[in-house]
Design a protein around this ligand. Structure first.
Ligand SMILES: Nc1ncnc2c1ncn2[C@@H]1O[C@H](COP(=O)(O)OP(=O)(O)O)[C@@H](O)[C@H]1O
Ligand SMILES: CC(C)(COP(=O)(O)O)[C@@H](O)C(=O)NCCC(=O)O
Ligand SMILES: [K+]
Length: 248
């Protein structure tokens, strides 16, 4: 079986594929290396190899790789930056500085769209990336995501305080909030929605109507209603990971 990991700034998304990589056997989201090891030890499955992408520091990533090698005796391959791959040309002046999760999501998006695409990722940070029909990456945008926006308000004000459960309940609508939790959660959620609309306006200015919008990341659901034509693809980074780190 094949282990795939997407190590973001807040969570590690993991999944196990069948040996031929044609089916997802198990998957999950964990918040630490130890929680990942625990989850994997709990599976009655033998892992043969692993591929991963990480936006963490080189040290954190190599620590995790060592743990996987120690506990599961797995060969681990790690996605690396590239100037060009699968028809997509990295648009950064210093291509190795582009976040690898963004790069893989773009590879996946361009493959699935077979044409111009706008890739929106809602994680710790929110990112937008523009890939033209000829595969040229025009660049992108990075903004704080929902967890960062909400935590900035909670830690930089005296009186915005509420728990996670109240936060979930507050998002049943986008009517003006009648409590602090509603006002903050709905306000930040509307900022994300406004961001999506702006990105789509920009994509239209470049490409008219001829492009595909992909939405991914743990908070994709917060914006999925805004653009009915957008494709919500939670595993877009994994699509690109398989392209960047093929096993055969
Ligand atoms: N099963 C889940 N576990 C953890 N977070 C989740 C889950 N589903 C959705 N989320 C949301 O996803 C966000 C994190 O998105 P993610 O793409 O994992 O971020 P990152 O890649 O930066 O670690 C959090 O704000 C959280 O609310
Ligand atoms: C922009 C990001 C922080 C997004 O990370 P995430 O929210 O998925 O954890 C990550 O892609 C990153 O660290 N990028 C490097 C900077 C750049 O892309 O310009
Ligand atoms: K991510």
């Amino acid at each position: 079986m094949i282990l795939e990991l997407d190590c973001g700034n807040s969570f590690i998304k993991w999944r196990v594929l069948s040996a031929k990589a044609d089916a997802v056997v198990q998957e999950g989201v964990v918040d630490s290396d130890q929680a990942l090891l625990d989850a994997l030890h709990g599976l009655a499955i033998s892992l043969q190899r692993c591929r991963l992408v990480s936006v963490r520091t080189a040290e954190e990533t190599s620590d995790l790789i060592k743990l996987l090698e120690r506990d599961f005796r797995l060969p681990v391959v790690c996605a690396a930056p590239a100037r060009e791959m699968s028809g997509v040309r990295n648009g950064y002046e210093e291509y190795e500085r582009l976040g690898l999760d963004r790069w893989l999501a773009m590879l996946g998006g361009y493959r699935l769209a077979s044409g111009a695409c706008l890739v929106l990722d809602f994680g710790t940070a929110v990112t937008a990336d523009f890939v033209a029909a000829d595969g040229e990456h025009l660049g992108g945008f990075i903004c704080p995501g929902m967890p960062l926006m909400r935590n900035q308000l909670r830690t930089h004000t005296r009186k915005i305080r509420y728990g996670d459960q109240a936060a979930e309940r507050a998002l049943v609508s986008h009517a003006p909030g009648r409590s602090t939790v509603e006002a903050v959660e709905r306000g930040c959620s509307l900022m994300l929605r406004g961001f999506v609309l702006t990105q789509i306006e920009l994509a239209r200015a470049y490409w008219g109507g001829d492009f595909t919008v992909f939405v991914t990341g743990g908070d994709a659901d917060l914006v999925s209603g805004v653009v009915p034509e957008a494709k919500v693809v939670p595993d877009l980074v994994f699509v690109g990971l398989a392209m960047a780190c093929p096993f055969s």
